[in-house]
Design a protein around this ligand. Sequence first.
Ligand SMILES: Nc1ncnc2c1ncn2[C@@H]1O[C@H](COP(=O)(O)OP(=O)(O)O)[C@@H](O)[C@H]1O
Ligand SMILES: [Mg+2]
Length: 56
Amino acid sequence: MKFYDRETEIKLLNDNELLSQENAVFTVISGRRRIGKTSLILKSLENKTIPATRLT
Ligand SMILES: Nc1ncnc2c1ncn2[C@@H]1O[C@H](COP(=O)(O)OP(=O)(O)O)[C@@H](O)[C@H]1O
Ligand SMILES: [Mg+2]
């Protein structure tokens, strides 16, 4: 399925990832169900190597 927009949100997550190399960063993603939280996280992790992820 095509993933639309969310460019601002993906940039914020990427920026936080960079910041987290220097300092601890805790990012909260909240919103009503089916708004696209899980999809956003999965998209932002695309092409990245991470040890383990379990998302619902
Ligand atoms: N940026 C997007 N573009 C297209 N479809 C999306 C996008 N974000 C979410 N969706 C679709 O909307 C539905 C709900 O998304 P999901 O990430 O499961 O929401 P949440 O985790 O907030 O409950 C899914 O079918 C998903 O594929
Ligand atoms: Mg979800």
